[in-house]
Design a protein. Structure first.
Length: 277
């Protein structure tokens, strides 16, 4: 199996934290250890963007991240490794509407390494199923979607009090946590996820809306950003979506990040940043 995995080239790495127990084949694929700070809950986001910073083309039927990454094997392997590393994956209702088949499991994004992801989770004492927290303010989520029924997923919905009322009686055995009257803060969302799951490593695969709010509230610690070597462009007719919107920062208060790592997979760059507090 190891021979079939892509191999990332590590171009730069700033030492930090303590390494997770990666199976040898995944360590070779990743181009070294994957380390995280120890201690308090740690929120890390993952995106793939075009050279001009778009994370969605905004075209019906082509909204998803795979249209941006073009399915690059290195990017997909890293997504799998990050999902397998996470105690919980946080996802947004907007992304679920755009990509209704996604379940946020490591196996789904990179099936070739499913056994290695399972081994990695066992070594960390994590349950085999991926814990996925879907964040919605309105409660307008389709409970028939795969993420709520996959045998590989332990789902959770984090919503507002109004959203929980809307969902009442429809969620069967999916737990619902209500925080905030209509629009929970991201701090409330993360605290609810931690309280519910005991998570320490929290991967956000939410879209630009929730990511922007997390940045504005300083609840996101890191960004893993794959730069895909093509340009999407924008026009009046087709805006697409950039990494952060509709949040906009003043230049003097715009989040600033330290570069933690640079890896290469073919013509793709895989960047890792830590946001300054
Ligand atoms: N290229 C990539 O790496 C990547 C990664 C992720 C997503 N995407 C793309 O991004 C697009 C989706 O972006 P998005 O920004 O709409 O998705 P999102 O951030 O995942 O979800 C936005 C949704 O979050 C909920 N929300 C907003 N504020 C909230 C609050 N205060 N509390 C609780 N929930 C709140 C709302 O859901 P309700 O309306 O239900 O209240 C809102 O519609 C898709 O095209 C997806 O494919 C790309």
């Amino acid at each position: 199996m190891a021979a079939a995995l892509p191999r990332l080239e590590t171009l730069y790495e700033r030492p930090q934290g303590s390494p997770l127990p990666l199976p040898d084949a995944l360590r070779q694929c990743y181009g070294g250890q994957l380390s995280f700070p120890v201690g308090a809950p740690h929120v890390f986001a993952n995106f793939v963007s075009t050279i001009d910073g778009l994370v969605s083309f905004g075209l019906p039927g082509l909204l998803g991240a795979a249209t941006i990454s073009k399915g690059n094997a290195g990017d997909r392997a890293v997504m799998g490794i990050l999902r397998a590393a996470a105690d919980v994956v946080v996802a947004g209702a907007g992304t679920l509407r755009a990509e209704p088949r996604v379940t946020w499991t490591p196996r789904q994004v990179f099936p070739k390494a499913a056994d290695l992801f399972a081994e990695m989770r066992r070594a960390r004492g994590l349950p085999p199923r991926t814990r996925v927290a879907i964040v919605t303010a309105s409660g307008d989520v389709d409970i028939s979607l795969g993420v709520f029924h996959s045998p590989d997923v332990e789902p959770l919905i984090v919503t507002s009090v109004a959203g929980a009322e809307r969902l009442a009686g429809r969620t069967r055995d999916v737990p619902v946590r209500a925080v905030g009257e209509r629009e929970p803060t991201m701090r409330q969302v993360i605290d609810a996820v931690v309280a519910e799951t005991g998570a320490r490593l929290i991967l956000s695969e939410a879209g630009p809306t929730l990511f922007g709010r997390m940045l504005a509230e300083h609840v996101v610690d890191e960004l893993f950003l794959t730069l895909s070597p093509h340009v999407a462009g924008r026009s009046e007719e087709r805006r697409g979506m950039s990494l952060v919107e509709p949040t906009a920062f003043h230049p003097e208060r715009a989040p600033w990040a330290d570069l933690l790592g640079v890896k290469r997979s073919d013509d793709y760059l895989l960047l890792r940043y830590a946001f300054r507090r």
